[in-house]
Design a protein around this ligand. Structure first.
Ligand SMILES: [Mg+2]
Length: 215
């Protein structure tokens, strides 16, 4: 049944963080700390103020960066360089996931709200460095983040993704709203509180096992 639901898919689009590795991993907490530090220094805020702003913009705009650009005209390039300067050794290779993605028929893509260089670091440490045909980051979307519609439109156009022939794997529920509306087959991964939603076709807590059911 799962296999039939994906038999039309030619493009497999994967989010990166908390989709290809579990949210319990200590990678993203490092980025959050770096973001708070960057906001403190650049906007002259205390740590609690900066931390609150980081969370508020993430909730309001999809990413902290999107809020900082909109509200404070922050330059995205040094911000992204700074927050991605972290210790990637907390990630370890996942050969089972590598094999499961390789087995999918068609093009395999990364689409992250991080950057392509950052994605390359993460994929390298997960042992997935040669697994994907192309990587798209927030820079390819003109720094508009998922879940904004324009972001998907820009990336899908560059990647030559026809949404009705694509599947997308994401840990973020809201990041699947636009893909679903465009006709993408949506899979919610690693969801903390699984709840039925109209825009989620499938949910799984184990991406590797799910992918093995497809092929
Ligand atoms: Mg994610």
């Amino acid at each position: 049944m799962t296999r039939n639901a994906f038999s039309h898919v030619t493009h497999w689009v994967f989010d990166l963080d908390h989709t290809l590795y579990p949210p319990e991993n200590a990678l993203f907490s490092q980025i959050e700390k770096k973001m708070t530090d960057y906001v403190m220094k650049n906007l002259n805020l205390t740590e609690p103020q900066a931390n609150q702003m980081r969370v508020q913009y993430w909730q309001q705009y999809g990413t902290t960066l999107a809020g900082l650009m909109r509200e404070h005209d922050i330059d995205p390039v040094p911000f992204l360089d700074s927050v991605h300067d972290i210790d990637f050794s907390v990630l370890s290779p996942n050969p089972e996931l590598c094999e499961a993605i390789h087995a999918l028929p068609g093009r395999k893509l990364i689409y992250t709200n991080g950057t392509k260089p950052y994605a390359n670091c993460v994929l390298g440490h997960l042992g997935l460095g040669d697994t994907f045909d192309a990587i798209y980051g927030v820079e390819h979307a003109g720094y508009s983040p998922k879940p904004e519609r324009i972001a998907y439109e820009r990336v899908f156009e560059q990647a030559k993704v026809n949404p009705v022939q694509a599947a997308m794997f994401e840990d973020s529920d809201v990041n699947l709203l636009v893909p679903h509306a465009l006709g993408v087959k949506t899979v919610l991964v690693h969801s903390a509180s699984p709840k039925p939603s109209d825009h989620i076709h499938f949910q799984t807590s184990d991406l590797t096992t799910f992918l093995r059911q497809i092929v």
